[in-house]
Design a protein around this ligand. Structure first.
Ligand code: SAM
Length: 472
């Protein structure tokens, strides 16, 4: 039975409800009156239900799709301005006891090089990331209670935050590790993490069980209820995502929105972010052997629909996607991107020898951080290295209420400019710096409140003169 308030996975992600939703969407995919009313509702910027959004996803009318894209673009501008937050993944260990059939970390893979960073190696990786200019990381690890226990993850977080190399610092560590206990989530919260991210992979229980045949991850309910335990453990910023390509995208889309509705209904706060990874080629994984791959067009449509369905939820796109695809979907609603990512364990310090591959998947966008920053600015986006929200306690419902009232613009815009200025001073190439300085000058004038503009200008000048009393 469908019940978004239930704490049971099979009730808040109810299979029958998803099937009914898809049937309803099919029936109404040419119902222009209904489609127009849903688009009108989306314009109120209060989001859409999974049923409404599924009708728009089923709709193939080109004019309506253009209207959806235009609205997504406008909503993105209204809530996130032209800022794009930048981060990098840091792979700590690829030891894993699970049997996920799409992931090269699976236990039966004897071919992949197994690696786990020591604290000394974590330090070296973090210095390499700081030297590029990164301030925000997402740590990643396989699930292995012996090799990667929670104590190891906590020790790594501690090490990461402790390293201050030149002007560098990692100011926010987001965590993408396997579903765990309330007690462990509490420990992660106490360690000062930003967002806890866990991809559902697929919401389809039967497929989920087939795709995760062995290991603790096989347990659908334990995995699907993880965000509720994370919230019980005090983590109020959680990040959802499905791995597109594993199941039918329309099923996943409905499930994803039902999950967001459930979190909002039970905890009073929806997901902080939604990631949209697509299945990629990897060590012993061939994406062509999976039947549910989606085209770039469908991918863009999904991004636009997520944007208008959950306007207050950030959207993340990784280097799994090419420069061209990223360019298209950033416009439609993405608010965070990774840059210069390595998916190998220890890959930032030095490249792996050819015969020693520990990568989780092939990255498509292989550009340097300097190139990514420059490219964003050339498209008039402000690359932001800001981590202020969580440092100032603006998380969970406090962040959401600021966002809903449009207030987030008043602090995010100047913070983005100041962190960009730091980046330009410390790490940028000459060409990137020149473009960035012009952009900052122009964007400073776009701060409406004179007082805020003045404070921002003062800080920018201080940063220019090497004074860093500002740390966001
Ligand atoms: N072990 C943790 C877990 O169970 O969630 C951490 C996640 S893993 C390091 C990060 C994510 O990479 C997975 O959740 C999965 O969605 C994604 N992934 C795995 N194999 C992939 C592939 N071949 N292509 C693209 N993404 C993949």
């Amino acid at each position: 039975m469908y019940n978004k308030n239930s704490l049971k996975a099979e009730e808040f992600i109810n299979h029958e409800e998803i099937l009914d939703t898809l049937a309803y969407a099919d029936k109404n995919k040419d119902n222009l009156e209904l489609i127009d009313s849903i688009i009108e509702k989306a314009k109120l910027r209060k989001g859409l239900s999974h049923r409404e959004a599924s009708v728009l996803l089923a709709c193939e009318n080109p004019q309506k799709i253009t209207e959806i894209y235009d609205l997504a673009e406008q909503i993105k501008k209204d809530f996130y301005g032209n800022r794009i937050v930048i981060f990098a993944p840091l792979y700590l260990s690829n030891y894993c006891v699970n049997g996920c059939v799409y992931c090269p970390y699976h236990l039966k893979n004897k071919h992949i090089a197994r690696k786990k960073l020591t604290q000394e190696e974590v330090k070296k990786e973090v210095i390499a990331l700081q030297d590029m200019g990164h301030k925000r990381l997402a740590i990643e690890a396989g699930e292995d209670p012996q090799m990667n226990p929670i104590e190891y993850i906590l020790e790594c977080i501690n090490t990461i935050y402790s390293i201050k190399h030149k002007n560098g610092a990692i100011r926010r560590v987001n965590v993408n590790i396997a579903a765990t206990t309330v007690e462990n989530y509490r420990k992660l919260k106490d360690a000062g993490i930003g967002t806890y991210i866990l991809f559902q992979e697929t919401y389809h229980k039967q497929s989920y069980e087939a795709l995760h045949p062995t290991g603790p991850k096989h347990n659908y309910a334990y995995h699907t209820e993880a965000m509720d335990r994370a919230m019980e453990g005090g983590i109020d910023d959680v990040g959802l995502g499905v791995l597109f390509g594993l199941e039918l995208y329309r099923y996943e889309f409905a499930g994803l929105l039902m999950h967001a509705e459930h979190l909002e209904a039970v905890h009073g706060v929806g997901p902080h972010t939604i990631s949209v990874p697509r299945l990629k080629r990897a060590d012993d994984i061939d994406p062509d052997t999976f039947d549910n791959g989606i085209s770039d067009e469908i991918f863009a449509k999904l991004c636009a629909l997520i944007r208008i369905s959950v306007p207050y939820t950030g959207m993340i796109i990784s280097t799994r996607e090419s420069k061209e695809v990223r360019e298209k979907v950033i416009r439609l609603g993405v608010s965070q991107i990774s840059g210069a990512s390595k998916t190998s364990v220890g890959g930032y310090c030095e490249p792996e020898p050819e015969d020693e591959n520990s990568e989780q998947f092939d990255v498509s966008d292989k550009r340097t951080l300097d190139e990514v920053v420059r490219w964003l600015m050339q498209m008039d986006y402000i690359p932001s290295f800001c981590t202020a929200c969580y440092r100032e306690g603006r998380t969970g419902d406090r962040f959401m209420s600021l966002c809903k009232s449009g207030q987030i613009q008043n602090c995010c815009h100047p913070n983005a400019l100041m962190t960009l200025k730091e980046y330009l001073m410390d790490y940028a190439s000459k060409e990137t710096k020149a473009i960035g300085e012009e952009l900052i000058k122009a964007e400073l004038n776009n701060i409406p409140k004179e007082k805020v503009r003045q404070i921002c200008a003062d800080h920018l000048e201080k940063i220019e003169n090497g004074i860093r009393d500002f740390r966001f």
